[in-house]
Write a protein that binds this ligand. Sequence first.
Ligand code: CA
Length: 229
Amino acid sequence: MAEKILVVEDESKIARFLELELKHEGYEVELAFDGRDGLEKALRGDIHLVILDLMLPMLSGLEVLRRIRKTSDLPVIMLTAKDDVSDKVGGLDSGADDYVTKPFAIEELLARIRVALKRKEQHGRKNAEELLEAGSLVLNKTSHRVTCNGEEVTLSKKEYDLLEYMMENRGIVLTREKLIEKVWGYDYYGDTNVTDVYIRYLRAKVDQKYNLSYIKTIRGVGYIFEDRE
Ligand code: CA
C-alpha cells in the first residue's frame, strides 16, 4: 500500500508541483490549502506524513503542528521561508521532525521524507514489541505499567510478572507448574497453590474491577488468558 502524504500549502503552484513529484515517487497525495483543512485531514487517520507550510491562512503552520502533536506523532516536515531561523527553531520545538527551507530542491525534500517515514516505521515496530494489549487493557513492558481504560492498575511485582507472562502466551493453557517455573522461577519450592492466590489477586484488580473476563480457569489444568469471548 502506498504511503499517503498530506501537503498543506496555500501557494497552489508549489502544492501542485509537490503533488506531481510525490505521485511520481509512488506516494499517494492529498492537498490542503489552509491550516484548518490541513489539520482536519492530518488527524483523519489515513495520512502517513505531513508536509506543512509555515505561513498559511486560517491557522498558521505552527498552530497546526501544535494541535497535531496534542494527539499524534505523525511525521511532519515544515516548509519555512529562507533564512527564517526563529521559525525553524519554533517548528522543531513544537515537534516538527524536520524542516526544509524554500526554495528547496525536490531531491532534498524527498530524501527527508524517506528518512522521516523510515524513522516512524522503526519507532512503530519498537512500540509494538513493548506493548501488550487486550482491548482496553494495556501492559507496557518497558515501563512495567499497566492501564485499563487509561486508568493506572497498581500491581505488585509478582502480579505484574504473572500478567505479562499470561498476556504474552494468550490463548495457551498454562498449567500451575508452568506458571511457577516461568513467574516464580525454578528455585521456588513452595506450594503450586500460590498461583491460585495470585490469579485471584489479578482477577480482582483487572477482570472484576473493569468487568472483563480475560483470565479463565481450565478446571484441573490451569489458567488461560483469552481476550476473545
Ligand atoms: Ca504559504
